[in-house]
Write a protein that binds this ligand. Structure first.
Ligand SMILES: Nc1nc2c(c(=O)[nH]1)N[C@H]1C(S)=C(S)[C@@H](COP(=O)(O)OP(=O)(O)OC[C@H]3O[C@@H](n4cnc5c(=O)[nH]c(N)nc54)[C@H](O)[C@@H]3O)O[C@H]1N2
Ligand SMILES: Nc1nc2c(c(=O)[nH]1)N[C@H]1C(S)=C(S)[C@@H](COP(=O)(O)OP(=O)(O)OC[C@H]3O[C@@H](n4cnc5c(=O)[nH]c(N)nc54)[C@H](O)[C@@H]3O)O[C@H]1N2
Ligand code: SF4
Ligand SMILES: [Mo]
Length: 749
């Protein structure tokens, strides 16, 4: 094996071994089905090559043998009778109808090649957007497909790209990097590593990590560090399990996070509790930040956020006086229209306290290979970038990921400006069910395209409504792959142990098609050779990494002092001023406010008091549950049993006031639409706030559009959202702060 500088885990067991008559293969559980992280798993197969069970790998430092029920139910996903197992096509005249025709892979790939090439020759490659869903294992392979085809319009079809990207782009613009909490994940020996220490305080902000396991963060680490002494401050409108364990639970009104952060900054600055040394040496624009925060005194912030004044002050003091601290933030920071200023204000809480690049603080994540922002960036020409939709309007699209603006693409579909779109490649997304605010408008707009391809494991409302070709993808048990970059902070392999029908992995599909489009960009003979190329810098081939994984990059703290965070090797941060910019030169140059601010959600008790009388609840949506990943898993018996119906959580007193009962079907409605839910009365909610599940459909219901697309048209809470109204930067949209009313569903409805 090649000499390498990476740390390896000492395994007691080999990569493959036999146990009690079954064959065991070590691997990583990274999509499909969906998940952001990819725990270490042991896949058990029998002599016929059938997957029999999945266990957590106790030798993997990442999850140490633990798994959640979605992985434990993997065999039900793999062998679900609902899987689509061969390619299909349908005449575009019959979109929305169950009129599929089975075809071979050769026919399917030839058809896609022919139609895409025809469109490219007539209208330009940019007239085909390439769309992905959330962080499944696709970013690298879909960017390369899009860019090698010649389209700059790679995108995530959520208004305001309001998941993760606002935090990533915001951090990149103001600090030059993305930051994560130090939970020892960068060390193979984890909590035993002598360099590491647990955070004294963890501020869990708009995130429910135990359930979500999002963005490379395994939720159980939270419990691991609590056992080692970390204490919590939780900012959440609901009393989550972690909020219940917290020293401070700040029960915030949805969508007011920026105000709360600015109020806490004001306490910390006015009481002189910040880290002077760190601010003097490494931050830029402190005085301007102080001036901004001064406009947010605690009493005013209490009335905006509904968090009692003494809790705001107490939590701010406790945080600033801590020896070390972590902000474990989540989706709720992104799902507000002005999400960048919210992220900037929350970021300043760790920055002015100097909780940077130290044990138990925020760190820049080490990555085996930073390909996550796009594999194949060298293929993007200036001409392509000139056609990237939204780039002229939102300069921040240059940061983080090289994406097109989903809101601008929506306008382009509807207006044909700046040019008409003609085709689409949709891979790992069910956007009509999940991300589209106003799904019917979205469906109509995407229907204007001449030719649409969907790559998925199951028939979905989106595929039923839009696809002309359906390509069946694999689960992680049916394919090979690599888990590097994208917040993984370690190198692992995904290992094929079984085959279902004719399904192919996303990587094989994209390699085979990419080779037809642009052979030079896809020179590899098979997927394994392609993976070896990507991980070349580790010194391993794919086959070697299979044996050796997980592999870890050597890590050290205080990298800003050692010149390790800038490409020029100078001390400091990778920004224009070389410092963490509390006053952002980038935002200023982009015509945005250089300092953070709070703006009311478009609809709220404060911004639209008249509407609030008619729609008396603040509606937050989509808090994750244990059983489902977005629109997935509805057809998996053990998981559906845990969440049989789409629920809305309401405080029992509030339910009584509006005359609805636990277990009853109700409508949630506002001026834009309504959807059905089942009431769950629970004390975890404030009487003024309700929480609705998102992404519901019933795979068992009739699927044709005339019958409601598997119930989706009645069940989609996104009908209540503001339609395509992102923040000023192009990032952020109100997915978790609207107004609505609740009333019972009548018999027969
Ligand atoms: N109201 C409201 N709406 C929300 C949210 C919310 O909180 N509230 N959350 C939003 C967020 S944060 C996100 S990220 C989006 C998610 O939006 P999406 O990522 O579009 O989520 P899904 O609807 O689950 O679509 C994923 C599809 O990909 C398929 N799939 C899964 N794994 C694979 C794979 O490996 N290969 C292929 N080819 N297909 C696969 C699944 O079967 C499924 O049909 O939803 C957003 N929508
Ligand atoms: N099981 C499961 N896991 C998932 C997913 C899934 O669908 N299912 N989706 C994945 C994806 S794509 C993502 S982005 C992550 C998201 O995972 P998280 O970041 O945890 O996001 P949510 O669960 O949507 O919301 C987290 C918490 O924010 C609270 N909250 C709601 N509104 C507000 C608000 O305005 N302010 C504040 N401060 N808090 C608020 C909710 O009550 C909830 O407890 O999860 C990932 N993991
Ligand atoms: S977090 Fe859960 S679903 Fe995701 S890989 Fe780990 S066990 Fe599987
Ligand atoms: Mo997400």
């Amino acid at each position: 094996m090649t000499e390498t500088k990476y740390h390896l885990v000492e395994h007691e067991k080999p990569f493959k071994y036999d146990e009690n008559g079954l064959h065991v293969t070590r691997g990583s559980a990274w999509s499909g089905p969906g998940c952001h992280i990819g725990c270490g798993v042991l896949l058990y197969t029998d002599d016929d090559g059938k997957l029999v069970k999945v266990e957590g790998d106790p030798e993997n430092p990442y999850n140490k043998g633990r798994l959640c029920n979605r992985c434990l139910a993997l065999t039900e996903v793999v062998y679900s009778p609902d899987r689509i197992t061969s390619p299909m096509k349908r005449d575009p005249a019959h979109r929305g109808e169950d009129k599929w025709e089975q075809i071979t892979w050769d026919e399917a790939l030839d058809l896609v090649y022919d139609r895409f090439t025809e469109i490219k020759e007539k209208y330009g490659a940019w007239s085909i957007p390439f769309v992905q869903g959330t962080g499944r294992d696709i970013a690298a392979w879909i960017t390369r497909l899009a860019w090698s085809f010649g389209s700059p319009n790679y995108m995530f079809n959520m208004s305001g790209m309001a998941c993760y990207l606002p935090r990533v782009a915001g951090c990149a613009a103001t600090t030059g990097n993305f930051w994560v909490g130090d939970f020892s994940q960068q060390y193979p020996d984890r909590y035993d590593n002598p360099e590491w220490e647990p955070a004294e305080y963890i501020m869990v902000w708009g995130n429910n990590p135990l359930i979500a396991n999002s963005d490379g963060f395994y939720g159980h680490w939270m419990v691991d560090v609590m056992k080692r002494g970390s204490k919590l401050i939780v900012v959440d409108p609901r009393l989550t399990w972690l909020a219940y364990k917290a020293e401070y639970w700040l029960q915030i009104r949805p969508g007011t996070d920026a105000a709360l952060a600015l109020g806490m900054l004001n306490v910390i600055i006015s009481e002189d509790l910040y880290d002077h040394d760190f601010v003097d040496r490494w931050c830029y624009g402190f005085d301007e930040l102080a001036q901004t925060a001064a406009a947010y005194p605690a009493d005013k912030v209490a009335s905006i956020t509904w968090v009692p004044e003494e809790k705001i002050v107490g939590a701010a003091r406790t945080w600033a006086n801590a020896r070390c601290g972590i902000v474990q933030w989540g989706l709720a920071v992104d799902t507000t229209k002005e999400s960048l200023p919210a992220a900037q204000a929350i970021g300043a809480l760790w920055q002015i306290c100097g909780f940077c690049e130290k044990p138990g603080c925020m760190i820049v994540p080490p990555e085996i290979l930073a390909y996550s922002g796009g594999f194949g960036g060298e293929l993007v020409t200036p001409e392509m970038d000139a056609h990237r939709i939204g780039l002229d309007k939102y300069s921040l699209l240059k940061f983080g990921f090289q994406v097109a603006s989903s809101d601008e693409v929506m306008k382009t579909l509807e207006t044909g400006e700046p040019y008409k779109l003609h085709g689409a490649w949709l891979q790992t997304t069910n956007f009509l069910t999940c991300t589209s605010p106003d799904p019917e408008r979205s469906m109509k707009a995407w229907r204007t395209l001449d030719f649409i391809v969907v790559v998925d494991m199951f028939m979905t409302p989106t595929a039923m409504a839009l696809a002309d070709v359906f390509l069946p993808a694999c689960t992680y048990a049916e394919r090979d792959g690599i888990r590097v970059g994208d917040g993984a902070q370690r190198g692992e392999t995904i290992n094929k142990v079984c085959q279902v029908g004719e399904c192919k992995s996303d990587m094989q599909i994209n390699l085979e098609l990419g080779r037809r489009f642009n052979p030079e960009a896809w020179p590899w003979k098979d997927d394994k050779e392609m993976f070896s190329y990507v991980i070349e810098c580790t010194g391993y081939t794919f086959e070697e990494l299979q044996q050796a994984a997980p592999a870890y990059i050597p890590f050290e703290y205080h990298r800003h002092e050692k010149g390790l965070l800038r490409p020029d090797g100078q001390p400091g941060f990778n920004t224009q001023t070389g410092r963490i910019e509390l006053w952002s030169t980038f935002y200023n140059n982009a015509g945005l406010s250089p300092v953070p601010y709070f703006e009311e959600p478009t609809e709220s008790p404060e911004s639209t008091p008249d509407l609030y009388e008619e729609y008396p609840f603040v509606l937050t949506t989509g808090a994750r549950n244990w059983f489902m990943f977005h629109s997935e898993h509805r057809q998996i018996p053990h998981l559906r049993a845990g969440r049989p119906w789409p629920i809305v959580q309401i405080n029992p007193k509030a339910a009584e006031k509006v005359g609805v009962h636990d277990g009853e079907w109700v409508w949630l409605e506002n001026g834009r639409g309504r959807c059905k839910r089942v009431v769950e009365c629970t004390e975890i909610m404030d009487e003024r706030v309700i929480m609705s599940d998102h992404a519901w459909w019933f795979p068992e219901a009739p699927g044709e559009e005339k019958d409601g697309l598997f119930g989706m048209l009645d069940l989609n809470v996104n009908k209540l959202l503001n339609s395509y109204l992102p923040g000023k930067s192009g990032f952020g949209a109100n997915y978790k702060s609207m107004l609505c009313k609740v009333y019972p569903v009548k018999e027969g409805e």
